[in-house]
Design a protein around this ligand. Structure first.
Ligand code: PMV
Length: 368
């Protein structure tokens, strides 16, 4: 039996970091996906994980997984449950036995998340799981959330918890309540990878489109603006967990100042969602709104700089876009990763601009 699930990456339009502390963020899914294929096997007694894009392969005998996780029983729970620190240590034993390359050690938590979701949802059934992704890892485009969502969806599709509708294109689709279950399990995976995620990344990856997110609650945003964003990847690697921890430490050192900054970020997110939901009456109205969004992006970026999550590589992209009177901001955790630049809707200008930024950026993706 085989199933394939896919989930999109995301950009955060406003409110990253603030969202971890209970303030509002606005995020949108993007047209880049992670795909998980899961094949149950009767010919072998192993669980295999193939991470195609990063060139890592793992294989565990079902007996060894049972032995290491024997204290948990199988399956551990049909409802989403958090992985304890003690269990993470057991999962680390299983990963250490697999000669994990030193250079890729930062990705080990993704394998712990796999083992936790796999054994919790499917128990100890032998299978081969293959993961392929169009998303750059650790660049702020939600690669870990897309991984956890597509993995949870594929696992749940083969569990008894959900009944799938198979669409004309061959993709399995979930009903709303089942999508919520996928989202909850994906959040548990994200916790293993990031420690203290807000839940915005897995929610937008599960439900798609544009969402508003505050204190664990997601609201869909019905966007009426034909926005064009350029995404520039600085290709500077960074660690979301460390950046989030640094912001929390700054918040403990300067609670009043940080509270004001985070409130200001929330006001920006709220204004973002109001603007993109408004109906443009004509082109003038549209370009006035684009201008407002650009200003909001500049303010959001300034506030992100003030909480210590910008980086020289990000500032470099900002300087370049500023020369052409374009607004940009980092997206995701910052410290490198990707930068968003709002592209005006005027066609000729956009084409010229794409050519210019293509020449000056490391890589580019346009997003409608
Ligand atoms: O850089 P990413 O894709 O991991 O995004 C992180 C977004 C944060 O707000 C910084 C963290 C979170 O959990 O919301």
């Amino acid at each position: 039996m085989e199933v394939t699930a896919r989930a999109p990456g995301k950009i955060i339009l406003a409110g990253e970091h603030a969202v971890v502390h209970g303030y509002t963020a606005v995020a949108s899914s993007i047209d880049l996906y992670t795909v998980v294929s899961l094949r149950l096997r009767s010919d072998e007694d192993t669980v295999k994980l193939k991470l195609n894009d990063i060139g890592l392969d793992f294989s565990w005998s079902v007996g060894r997984i049972k032995e290491v996780l024997s204290h948990l029983g199988s399956p551990f729970s049909s409802t989403p449950t958090s992985c304890s620190l003690e269990t993470i240590k057991s999962l680390a034993t299983l990963v250490d036995e697999q000669s994990f390359p030193e250079t890729k050690i930062g990705l080990a938590s993704g394998v712990y998340a796999f083992l936790w979701l796999y054994t919790s949802i499917l128990g100890f059934k032998p299978a081969t799981v293959t993961v392929s992704s169009e998303l750059p890892v650790g660049a702020g485009l939600g690669s870990s959330a897309a991984y956890c969502v597509s993995l949870s969806a594929a696992l749940l599709a083969l569990s008894d918890s959900v009944k799938l509708d198979v669409s004309q294109k061959g993709w399995s689709t979930f009903k709303e309540t089942e999508a919520e279950l996928v989202n909850k399990w994906a959040f548990e995976g994200e916790k293993i990878i990031h420690g203290r995620p807000s839940g915005v990344d897995n929610s937008v990856s599960t439900f798609g489109n544009v969402i508003k997110f505050k204190s664990g609650v997601m609201t869909r945003v019905d966007s009426n603006m034909p926005l064009k964003m350029l995404i520039t990847n600085t290709k500077v690697g960074r660690d979301t967990k460390a950046l989030v921890a640094n912001v929390s430490a700054r918040k403990s050192r300067h609670p009043d100042a940080m509270c004001s900054v985070l409130n200001a970020i929330e006001a920006i997110s709220d204004e973002w969602s109001t603007i993109i939901q408004s109906h443009a009456v004509d082109d003038l109205y549209l370009s006035a709104n684009e201008e407002k969004l650009g200003e909001l992006m500049e303010m959001n970026q300034g506030l992100l700089l003030s909480i210590g999550v910008s980086h020289a590589s990000i500032e470099n992209v900002l300087q370049t876009s500023m020369k052409y009177k374009l607004a940009s901001k980092l997206t995701g955790a910052g410290g490198g990763g990707c930068v968003l630049t709002l592209l005006p809707t005027r066609i000729l200008f956009t084409v010229l601009l794409n050519l210019f930024i293509y020449a000056s950026a490391n890589s580019f993706i346009t997003y409608d």
